[in-house]
Design a protein around this ligand. Structure first.
Ligand code: C2O
Ligand code: CU
Length: 547
């Protein structure tokens, strides 16, 4: 195993990823930032210099479990204090599983200012994968707003609530195209800026490409498709999938997939790759994102002679359920799953009003990030720094009507956490419901830090605690770190609480987590080693041990 050393400078810069000029947060001048390339069991060291002038930062390594290094998970308020302007912070951790992962800011709403990138971990030399390919490529899909994250965040926490609305563009590997004709101010939008030329992936005819596709959208659920080419899904969140073929791939924020694409079409032309919004009203949202699949030796900038393929209908939830259900573990890579849980936690997802503010809640509790990170508070026995009452494990199953717009007026906000028994098996049932708008339920991609979980099942409607567990897939469930909770549906997961630390579990929609849609788990805190002093400095972390 090797050490991979990176030096990053994080800085605000003017960029025009979709032709529209705005302030973005770049790493070494780029968004998406540099790709981390490593082999299984390598050690990654990132020396991060915060040059944001007046703003803190923290970076999360999404999908990396941080075994033995829970303090480098990068989650502000949970595992570390934020990095102050002018400071350099050293992240150091081992990538212990091959696969496709991500990194992104985990502080306020900085992620959607452009602070993100890919991590690609390959298998060690001599180890083979259950599929063959000639070339390996990565792309990140994202949605993009022209308003600053501050304007958005302020609106979300204002009375009355001010919603930023739908994104202006969809980006494929950091490139999109906003219609500059609609912009009247001079020098803001320039349709011929090379920064917003189509992302082009050049391919050689007759080959097989492994395309690693990730989504880090702030809001949107997406579909991705390549004109005239099928995709064979082979990896999900770092785990091998029993291969299946799709025409379009549904992908939710925080998910990663590898698909195999054969370049077996007419080689005399180029093809469109497109991404479009699903689950939210696509006619009101950003137009499809476009990229060019360039068959060598055609000119890379030559537009395909066709109109870009339109994706699936945004409001058709059936095919999205179907894809979720189709993702099973590859038969040769099934991780043995405990057949019964030690604890079952039901998490009802609702939209609420707390103290007159619009919030998202879980079991009627809307999550607040504390000032002193839990990891430090717990290690230093400063438990008075957050609410010690355990959060609720369920809700009124029998009487709650998930299809009805509820008042949900009894919601509170809290920074309390779930304390899990070390090495116990925990089931999580995510239950979706109607929002504060009549006849509306949204898609929520839930992401767990520090673990992979087994996906036991998905269902429509209200979870039936007596019968639905009988239908769980305990034979070949996929392991993932992010799963969608579909509108008016439920999703069931199982994980083993075997990673000493404090771990966030939250909706990956940036505004939803900001508005309280998350919980935190603690397990095996006594097994956590000595905390590095670099993660301290905020809240009450500087106080002496004696109360
Ligand atoms: Cu990718 Cu806590 O997030
Ligand atoms: Cu959500």
């Amino acid at each position: 195993a090797r050490i991979r050393h990176y030096k990053w400078e994080v800085k605000y810069e003017f960029k025009s990823p979709d032709c529209y000029r705005k302030l973005v947060i770049a790493i070494n001048g780029k968004t998406p930032g540099p790709t981390i390339l490593a082999q299984q069991n390598d050690t990654i060291i990132v020396e991060l210099k915060n040059s944001l002038l007046t703003e803190n930062v923290a970076i999360h390594w999404h999908g990396i479990r941080q075994i033995g290094t829970p303090w480098f998970d990068g989650t502000e308020g949970v595992t570390q204090c934020p990095i102050l302007p002018g400071e350099t912070f050293k992240y150091q951790f081992v990538v212990d599983r091959p696969g496709t992962y991500l990194y992104h800011a985990h502080y306020g709403m900085q992620r959607e200012a452009g602070l993100y990138g890919s991590i690609r971990v390959s298998v060690p030399d001599g180890v083979s994968e259950p599929f063959a390919y000639d070339y390996d490529r990565s792309i990140i899909l994202n949605d993009w707003y022209h308003k600053s994250t501050y304007e958005q965040a302020t609106g979300l926490s204002s009375i009355p609530f001010a919603w930023v609305g739908e994104p202006q563009s969809l980006l494929i590997q950091g490139k999109g195209k906003f219609d500059c004709a609609s912009v009247t101010q001079p020098n803001v939008c320039n349709a011929t800026n090379p920064e917003c030329s189509f992302y082009t992936m050049t391919v050689i005819p007759g080959k097989t490409y492994r395309l690693r596709i990730a989504s880090l959208t702030a809001l949107s659920a997406l579909s991705f498709q390549i004109e005239g080419h099928n995709m064979t899904v082979v990896e999900a969140d770092g785990h091998y999938v029993e291969p299946f073929v799709v025409q379009n791939l549904f992908i939710y924020s925080g998910e990663t997939y590898s698909v195999l694409v054969k370049t077996d079409q007419d080689p005399s032309r180029n093809y469109w790759a497109t991404t479009n919004v699903v689950s939210r009203n696509a006619t009101a949202s950003a137009p499809p994102g476009l990229a060019i699949l360039n068959y060598y030796p055609n000119h890379p900038k030559r537009s395909p002679p066709t109109t870009p393929p339109s994706g699936p209908f945004w409001d058709d939830v059936k095919p999205r359920f179907q894809q979720s259900l189709a993702i099973k573990s590859h038969r040769d890579f099934v991780h043995t799953i405990p057949q019964t849980p030690d604890r079952v936690i039901v998490l009802l997802n609702t939209q609420n009003e707390v103290d007159g503010r619009r919030r998202w809640s879980v079991n009627n509790v809307s999550y607040n990030i504390p000032h002193t990170p839990y990891l430090i508070a717990l290690k230093q026995n400063k438990t008075h720094l957050f609410n010690q009452a355990p959060p609720p494990e369920g809700y009124d199953f029998v009487n709650y009507d998930i299809y009805k717009r509820q008042n949900n007026s009894n919601a509170t906000s809290s920074d309390s956490i779930y304390r899990l028994k070390f090495n116990s098996t925990v089931d999580i049932i995510l239950q979706n419901a109607n929002t504060m708008v009549v006849n509306n339920s949204e898609t929520h991609p839930w992401h767990l830090h520090g673990h992979d979980f087994w996906v036991l099942g998905y269902g429509e409607g209200k979870f039936d605690i007596n019968n639905d567990p009988k239908k769980y897939n305990l034979v070949n469930p996929i392991m993932k770190n992010t799963v969608p909770l579909h509108p008016y549906g439920w999703t069931a997961l199982r994980f083993i609480a075997d990673n000493p630390g404090v771990w966030a579990f939250h909706c990956h929609i940036e505004s939803h987590f900001y508005m309280g849609m998350g919980v935190v788990f603690e397990e095996g805190i006594e097994g956590v080693g000595k905390l590095p002093s670099s993660i301290m400095g905020c809240g009450k972390t500087k106080e002496s041990h004696n109360p």
